[in-house]
Design a protein around this ligand. Structure first.
Ligand code: ADP
Ligand code: MG
Length: 696
């Protein structure tokens, strides 16, 4: 069966084409204006838009609608209402009003609010975000919304993101105007999120309580083979995986998601999907939908998709690369230009980003900090916990020559009138990219590589947008008042690179040497999530978010609370799962196996008195010792868990989970994993690493 991709693409999305076709011209124009410039829709057109949306959705088989939002749980939330409205005797009509489209109210008491919403005021409000497209999924019209409290504080990750886009747009426009660009109406912030994931057979998954409860394996000795042969990376797709990926592509295309690239990743049973980039808020929605579809479609194939950052110890974990750029009138602002003017503009924007990342290293780190990602960052596979920027050899040399007032000797380079060398023409070359860099310039975009695979990408983009907006704000303030614009720009570029050059690093980010060097340079190194969260409320960070209208101090405080709480909850679930698995599965299984061997030895002796039982004795001794260690670790883990969970203060609780509970979890794991290698396959109660990774 041939598939008509262009016909199916976006078929379930109420996108620009559908709007143009279905809305009266004036209404369409007004809506497009709302999408391009502001966030609130003119109430007089809301009924018309709602009705058109409903008619379209009903044709696509929808019976319900939902306000779709992103509470601070990291996942999405929805509550479905039917379109039906009763008329007369046992009859209904399908109705959907402008009011229902624009505004929703839901009981929000069970969503995390970090103390923002007093329990007596449990209502939360959802408001349509007209800049994100509505869509139909599983018989329901989904309306992307922002979610806030009665008093208007954001209870979601979408609202600050939209505000950060507005802030960056406003400040970037000031810069563009200075370069004589009066035509750009809105600076588009583009994001492409490459998504990594693991696939496992459903029957194996179901037998692993750790995967079911915690999303990652908490036990498991390494398989004889890992990723060392590098035979999986970009290898041919297994039939079953290929069928899953093909279904996934189709589902995503229908949702208007440009799923473009798919391939095997480094670890066995690990894969990646990359879409074509989109405007940030749309990219965020699409990434959340992509993750949802990955899980759902895997199930249809008898598989389970693992989005956890570190499902298996000892092989690579899964991250998400957040490719980020700015564009004006369809032109990428991170494309070094050919004219001297474009060249200077590019260098100024580059300087703004370098400054932003240096000034707000801690926020960048915090935006990717959570319990699951702690198993990757700094663990010799993902970028370290230290933020640095890779710009490549050529740009690095260029920046140094600017700072040091030296002639730049790059290939075919020339000095421009302002004493600033021209930017080299980049070749798109994948071979020399530094994969160890957390934040890398890759020719015409920056790639933020520290994100974990399960996370909502809203916060990292909120931080990035806001920090760059602040650089632009300062730049515009300086330049708008300058006597000579040209001289002021040249000086600003030079001064900024001089002040922030320390954040540039092109070497091996995984090495110990870099950790020492980074410390010498005064770069921040927030090793654990808990360390990172403590830096969130630093006065400079509060000033940043509040002055640009992205988050108030109260909104930040609530997020800080949720960070700590969430961390503790995750480690707590993991600890309890380990206790259950060890006490009820592993320890009894090993006891049973010991009894079996003892039985064998006794039977051997009964038949033949002088037979050697050295093997049985040795196994029994070693396993008994390890089982005693496991038992002791369980007991101590229980105590630590009780102690940690009883701490009232969120920060202190998280600290206790991090410093006291986690090490005991490692100790327990070590004992159990050692027993696994000594116990007969048949006697082991759960699938092994080899089973899970190689039998898909
Ligand atoms: P890789 O990093 O694996 O080599 P690519 O260079 O193909 O992959 O790009 C990865 C991602 O970057 C894709 O999602 C792509 O759409 C996105 N991307 C490309 N250009 C931009 C841009 N200007 N802004 C944001 N994302 C972009
Ligand atoms: Mg990449």
């Amino acid at each position: 069966m041939t598939k008509n991709v262009s016909e199916m693409f976006g078929a379930m999305v109420f996108n620009d084409d559908v709007m143009r076709e279905r809305l009266p011209k004036e209404v369409y124009k007004s809506l497009i204006k709302t999408m391009a410039t502001g966030r609130t829709i003119d109430p007089s057109i809301a009924d018309v838009v709602a009705n058109a949306m409903k008619d379209w959705a009903v044709e696509k088989g929808a019976t319900h609608y939902t306000h779709w939002f992103q509470p601070l749980t990291g996942v999405t939330a929805e509550k479905h209402d039917a379109f039906i409205s009763p008329v007369g005797n046992c009859k209904v009509v399908m109705e959907f009003s402008g009011k229902e489209l624009i505004h929703g109210e839901s009981d929000a008491s069970s969503f995390p609010s970090g103390g923002l919403r007093a329990t007596f005021e449990a209502r939360g409000y959802t408001a349509w975000d007209p800049a994100s497209y509505a869509f139909v999924k599983d018989g329901t019209l989904y309306i992307p919304t922002a979610f806030c409290s009665y008093t208007g504080e954001a209870l979601d990750s979408k609202t600050p993101l939209l505000r950060s886009m507005d802030a960056l747009n406003a400040q970037a426009l000031r810069i563009l105007r200075l370069f004589g660009d009066n035509s750009t109406k809105r600076v588009d912030i583009t994001v492409g999120a490459e998504q990594e994931y693991f696939i496992i057979d459903k029957s194996m998954y179901d037998r692993r309580k750790d995967l079911v409860y915690a999303g990652r394996t908490l036990f498991g000795a390494p398989a004889p083979k890992g990723q060392e042969l590098e035979d999986h990376y970009f290898g041919p797709l297994k039939t079953r995986i290929a069928a899953f990926m093909s279904d996934l592509d189709e589902a995503l295309w229908k949702m208007g998601i440009n799923a473009k690239t798919k391939h095997n990743e480094a670890a066995p049973a690990q894969h990646e999907l990359a879409p074509i980039y989109a405007t940030t808020n749309i990219a965020v929605d699409q990434n959340l939908l992509t993750m949802e579809y990955m899980k759902k479609i895997a199930e249809k194939h008898g598989l389970v998709c693992l989005l956890h950052e570190k499902p298996y110890a000892g092989v690579n974990g899964s991250g998400k690369h957040n490719n980020w750029s700015l564009s004006a009138n369809g032109k990428n602002l991170l494309d070094p230009g050919k004219t001297p003017e474009d060249n200077i503009k590019f260098l100024l924007i580059l300087a703004a980003i370098v400054k932003a990342v240096d000034d707000y290293q801690d926020l960048m780190r915090i935006s990717v900090a959570y319990a699951g990602n702690d198993h990757r960052l700094g663990a010799g596979e993902a970028p370290p916990a230290i933020i640095s920027i890779f710009v490549g050899e050529e740009l690095n040399a260029l920046i140094n020559s600017i700072v040091e007032n030296k002639t730049y000797h790059g290939a075919e380079q020339r000095m421009m009138d302002l004493g600033i060398p021209s930017v080299p023409v980049f070749r798109k070359d994948t071979t020399d990219r530094n994969r160890t860099s957390p934040f890398a310039f890759t020719g015409n975009k920056f790639e933020f590589r520290m994100l974990g695979s399960s996370q909502n990408i809203a916060m990292p983009n909120t931080v990035l947008n806001t920090a760059v907006a602040e650089s632009f704000r300062q730049f515009a303030d300086t330049l708008e008042g300058a006597e000579s614009f040209d001289a002021a720009v040249a000086k600003l570029i030079k001064d900024t690179f001089s002040a922030h050059r320390r954040i540039l690093f092109d070497g091996n980010g995984y090495s110990e040497k870099w950790e020492k060097e980074a410390a010498r340079r005064g770069l921040s190194n927030l090793r654990t999530s808990v360390d990172a969260y403590k830096a969130f409320m630093a006065p400079k960070n509060v000033a940043l978010f509040s002055s640009l209208g992205v988050m108030s101090e109260v909104e930040m405080r609530s997020r800080e609370e949720i960070y700590f709480e969430n961390y503790s909850k995750i480690v707590n679930i993991e600890a309890l799962t380990m206790i259950v698995m060890a006490s009820r599965d592993y320890i009894p299984a090993v006891e049973g196996y010991i009894a079996q061997i003892a039985d064998t030895a006794a039977k051997k002796k009964a038949v033949c008195e002088d037979v050697s039982c050295a093997v049985e004795k040795s196994i029994i001794r070693r396993l008994s010792e390890l089982n005693a260690q496991a038992f002791s670790a369980v007991e101590r883990l229980r105590e630590a868990e009780t102690e940690a969970s009883s701490i009232a203060n969120a920060k202190e609780r998280a600290e206790c989970y991090c410093s006291r509970v986690l090490p005991l979890m490692s100790e327990l794991r070590a004992a159990v994993d050692a027993m696994e290698t000594l116990t007969a396959s048949k006697a082991w109660p759960v699938p092994t690493y080899g089973d899970m990774m190689f039998r898909v």
